[in-house]
Design a binder for this molecule. Sequence first.
Ligand code: ATR
Length: 275
Amino acid sequence: MKRAFVIGHPIKHSRSPLIHGLWLRTYGIDGSYEAIDVEPRALPALFDRLRAGEFVGGNVTIPLKEEVLPLCDTVDPLAKAIGAANTLVAGEGKVHGFNTDFVGFLGNLDQAAPGWSDGLDQAIVLGAGGAARAVLVALKYRGIGTIHLLNRTPERARVLANEFGGPLHAGSLGDFAALAPAAGLVVNTTSIGMHGTRFDGLALDRLPKSAIVTDIVYVPLETPLLADARAYGLCVVDGLGMLLHQAVPGFEAWFGIRPDVTAELRSALEAALGQ
Ligand code: ATR
């Protein structure tokens, strides 16, 4: 039986076992997907088990996404650029690291708002932490003209913009109102939205009516940012789809079948999240 895992610390809140478990049942695969709590200092021992063939691979979540990179035998260029791996694939005594948050972000928007990047000239990304990196690499890859990276701590945005270069411009959250009228896409990569927190005075009313607002936070499914955007008549895309789509490449690599992100899967996740 092929065994895969999700590792993190803590791990009990991970929704990944639900997603992969449903796919394993749907496709009748003799495999398993388990959540394993791994402290950072226990990572080398887990890699030994991977190299020994105990697992076909697994997902990696907080706080291990960066820490696994130096332990991998190869790291995909995208994961290198993002600076983190969320997917490990083992074989022939080696471990390969990938980052599928990139495809997760793009897959979610492509499914929920087809054509979203056609002619998209300006985008605003809120936040400059670890979660912003996959989003920035994905937007650059889609050739967005200008990406405004706005952060509570503008210096952190500047450091990230300098690292990634190209169409990135750093600023503060206070710049939002001036930039909003020309923005076709707003992405929240901060933790604001969790636990009832909300942005203070973000001028969503200044966005064009055609703008799309998306959030990588998915608990709650409709964050205050998305609720406000919806009230202004904007197109909103929640973060649950990113979680579902980022799971696809790992499942395919481990179990040999490319799974579908279906309405049934989404409903199962929504029910589990208590929405
Ligand atoms: P992650 O890896 O999940 O992105 P992180 O690296 O801690 O986590 O980054 C969190 C992001 O959310 C940062 O952009 C942070 O802004 P700062 O760089 O100024 O800290 C942003 N963030 C968190 N809480 C915030 C708040 N209350 N208001 C504004 N931004 C916040």
